[in-house]
Design a protein around this ligand. Structure first.
Ligand code: V47
Length: 375
């Protein structure tokens, strides 16, 4: 799909037709399956040297809302049934390199099965500069200490115009893409995000997606793309959040344009549970996970719950007509939920999943796009 075609689809009034197109692409790879993960998000500190215009999460040391976790605080938030821990935080002015490595090692020692998806390209760039290490050295040492993957945050929108207006001191597109390229070359799979629904234009959204598609053609290292709807909170860059229609269009066009990224995530935290469930028919094949405690979007007054139960995720997936598939952080299948307890028309009465949980640790499927010696 070309830039012009993608822009034309944004103008389309036939929302259902657009959803059907994207759903056909999703179905061709994943059929009726929709993925979720039993995971925990941890944001070890909100103290940050940056003050981005759109961010309600970051603060300065000494302010009443500032917090800093110890490694024990991080461990206390984890439990053995989790498959993934997702770590994203502020750019802390004082924490040492050893502290980050120790955090990884401590998690791996206490929970050997858990996969760690931690620190965005913005944080990796910060560590590289602060600790005078190359990006390769940062990533190699982190991988040795237990890192499995990088989350997709920090990409925001790959537009210099928007960067200057909203996050002038954060890395721009070339550096974000360079860090992900290096991660992929080192066999570390990553995700990618787009922050939309503020001052960006649809052209800038499409250009962002095209840059991701180009890198993926070279490396094949992206697992998942996550469109993040801006939560207006107190920063109020715009008066209100993007509409559900805009969410669904962005989701569908992302699926159609990113023909080489295997997974598209409907992030229930920013979209809301209902729209995320509908998005599973608009090209998305993943709902993220149970999350446990979300702080970044909730600092910006996100209306969604701060966590989900496994049962609720299964219910949301079944309500969309899909078959819930539990995965790990790297999209290996963990369990397929029993289709014999399919959703009723009302979507109610689905709290119990009768499927036995798969016990095996050995992945049954390699994530698409990661077959070329990247892992
Ligand atoms: O880069 C900050 C975004 C991102 C707001 O890889 C906001 O699976 C909306 O990395 N409204 C960090 N978004 C989150 C992140 C992430 C999230 C979900 C899944 C994955 C993944 C990664 O949060 C930041 C920024 O774009 N953000 N403030 C806000 N008010």
């Amino acid at each position: 799909m070309s830039r012009a075609e993608a822009l034309k689809l944004f103008e389309a009034r036939d929302l259902i037709g657009l959803g059907q197109l994207a759903n056909e692409v999703k179905q061709a790879t994943w059929g009726d399956r929709a993925h979720f993960v039993i995971n925990r998000q941890i944001n070890p500190t909100n103290v940050c040297v940056l003050s981005c215009r759109f961010c309600d999460f970051a603060t300065k040391r000494g302010r009443p809302n500032a917090y800093e976790m110890t490694i024990q605080d991080v461990l206390d938030r984890l439990s053995p049934e989790l498959r993934e821990v997702h770590i994203v935080q502020g750019l802390h002015p004082d924490w040492t390199w050893d502290f980050y490595l120790e955090m990884l090692r401590a998690i791996k020692t206490s929970f050997p099965r858990m996969q760690i998806k931690a620190w965005t390209a913005v944080e990796i760039d910060y560590f590289s500069k602060k600790f005078r290490l190359s990006v390769e050295e940062v990533l190699v040492q982190m991988k040795e200490a237990g890192l499995s993957a990088l989350p997709g945050g920090g990409a925001e929108v790959f537009s210099e115009r928007v960067r200057k207006a909203l996050f002038p001191f954060k890395i721009g597109a070339p550096r974000w893409l360079e860090i992900h390229r290096i991660a992929h070359q080192l066999g570390i799979p990553t995700n990618a995000t787009l922050l939309y629904g503020h001052i960006e234009t649809r052209e800038e959204r499409v250009d962002h997606l095209l840059k991701l598609r180009e890198l993926q053609d070279d490396t094949g290292g992206f697992m998942s793309f996550i469109p993040l709807a801006y939560q207006v909170g107190k920063t109020r860059v715009v008066e209100r959040q993007a509409s559900a229609i805009e969410d669904l269009k962005t989701m569908a066009i992302s699926r159609l344009l990113l023909d080489n990224i295997p997974h598209i995530k409907a992030y229930w935290v920013t979209m809301g549970e209902e729209t995320a469930s509908i998005a599973l028919n608009f090209g998305a094949d993943d709902l993220d996970g149970t999350i446990g405690e979300e702080r970044i979007m909730h600092a910006a007054d996100a209306a969604s719950p701060i966590r989900q139960t496994r049962e609720r995720l299964v219910e949301l997936i079944r309500a969309s007509g899909c078959v819930p598939v539990e995965r790990d952080a790297l999209y290996h299948e963990v369990a397929v939920c029993d289709p014999s307890t399919r959703a009723t028309a009302s979507g109610r009465g689905l709290a119990q999943d009768s499927a036995p949980r798969a016990q095996e640790e050995v992945p049954r499927a390699l994530p698409v796009g990661l077959h070329n010696g990247h892992r």
